[in-house]
Design a protein around this ligand. Structure first.
Ligand code: PHE
Length: 340
């Protein structure tokens, strides 16, 4: 029996050292030798056949064998755990020196960029930026701007109607009215945004484009103040040499009204390809807010006066960046967009 016990011990040791290369294999070894149906237990069942003198001796030996196997198992388990940890660490190691993947960066759309530049200039002069709805009431887009039903001016802005009373705004000027209804003077706002006209898409027209509206209302606002403000804007936008030219015009919501040109920033006014030989480039419409418009918003035209101006962001961007086809803005061709 003693020999059998020693054999079990040496076999178990051998199995632990050579057969158990992971935790579950080690467990299997434990079960095989120390488990309820294991070899050691089986052997001890035969102890009843021993003489009373032998029994304690073999019993003590069996205990020693169990303890020894147990100690080996524990030691091996530690060893396996350490090994598992270090291989996991090796597997998850990150090489921070590997060069990164090429990442293609986007860019701001030229229209957004130009709009931001224009906005910055006016914000630096104390203007607030105001938004308005693109789906608008006929009232704000036309009537409140002194363009009653059947007024010929409606024909110049081929409008998308949704119902008789609801339309896609054809200009940003309705934001003037919405602002003056809510806010009493002094008012100093700009409102950039999309506008819609039922134009056929070609190199200079698009059914959706962007306007940039400005409105100042206070006591003692004059046409001179309008000229001064637009000149400051033009010089910042197109260069310090820029001059302005005001041509008489008509808008129903301003009186007097003007169309405003800037001197060509490429040729300085001599005439070139950009200004088509004119020396001047038309950039905006402007004027003194019509008394009817003020009155409609409960602002007394005998006390207050104001000026308004509106320009196309596409036109400014095309002029500034030398782009000759408006469609390029909407095609999302990365080769185009990347250039700015
Ligand atoms: N809303 C006018 C247009 O679209 C532009 C404009 C705005 C003119 C403000 C004068 C004052 O043609």
């Amino acid at each position: 029996m003693k020999e059998k016990l020693e054999k079990i011990l040496s076999e178990a040791k051998d199995a632990i050292a050579n057969q158990a290369d992971d935790i579950s294999a080690l467990d299997a070894v434990r079960v095989k030798y120390l488990g309820k149906k294991g070899e050691l237990t089986a052997l001890l069942r035969g102890m009843g056949a021993l003489s009373p003198e032998e029994r304690p001796v073999i019993g003590a030996l069996a205990n020693k064998v169990r303890e020894e196997i147990d100690a080996f198992l524990t030691e091996k388990a530690e060893e396996l755990k350490t090994k598992a940890l270090s291989s996991k660490l090796a597997e998850e190691k990150i090489d921070v020196t590997i060069p990164g993947d090429d990442f293609e960066f986007g860019a701001h759309h030229p229209l957004s960029e130009v709009r931001r530049e224009m906005t910055d200039i006016f914000v630096s002069m104390g203007f607030d930026v105001v938004d308005g709805p693109e789906v608008e009431l006929d009232y704000y887009n036309f009537q409140a701007l002194n363009i009653p039903e059947n007024h010929p001016a409606r024909d110049t802005q081929d409008t998308f109607y949704i119902t008789d009373k609801i339309l896609l705004r054809s200009q940003t000027s309705p934001v003037q009215v919405r602002t003056m209804e809510k806010q009493k003077p002094p008012i100093r706002i700009i409102s950039p945004g999309a506008v819609y006209r039922s134009d056929t898409l070609d190199s200079t027209h698009s059914p959706v484009f962007h306007q940039f509206e400005g409105l100042v209302v206070d006591k003692g606002i004059t046409m001179g103040a309008l000229k001064d403000m637009l000149e400051t804007f033009a010089k910042k936008m197109f260069g310090a040499e820029t001059r302005l030219r005001f041509r008489p015009h008509h808008f129903p919501f301003t009186e007097p009204s003007a169309e405003v040109d800037v001197s060509c920033f490429v040729c300085g006014g001599k005439g070139c390809r950009l200004c088509k030989g004119e020396g001047w480039i038309e950039i905006l419409g402007a004027g003194m807010v019509h008394p009817n418009v003020l009155r409609g918003c409960d602002i007394d035209p005998d006390v207050y006066s104001g000026f308004a101006f509106g320009m196309g962001i596409e036109r400014i961007a095309m002029t500034r960046l030398g782009i000759d086809d408006i469609r390029l803005f909407y095609e999302n061709d990365k080769r185009f967009l990347k250039q700015f």
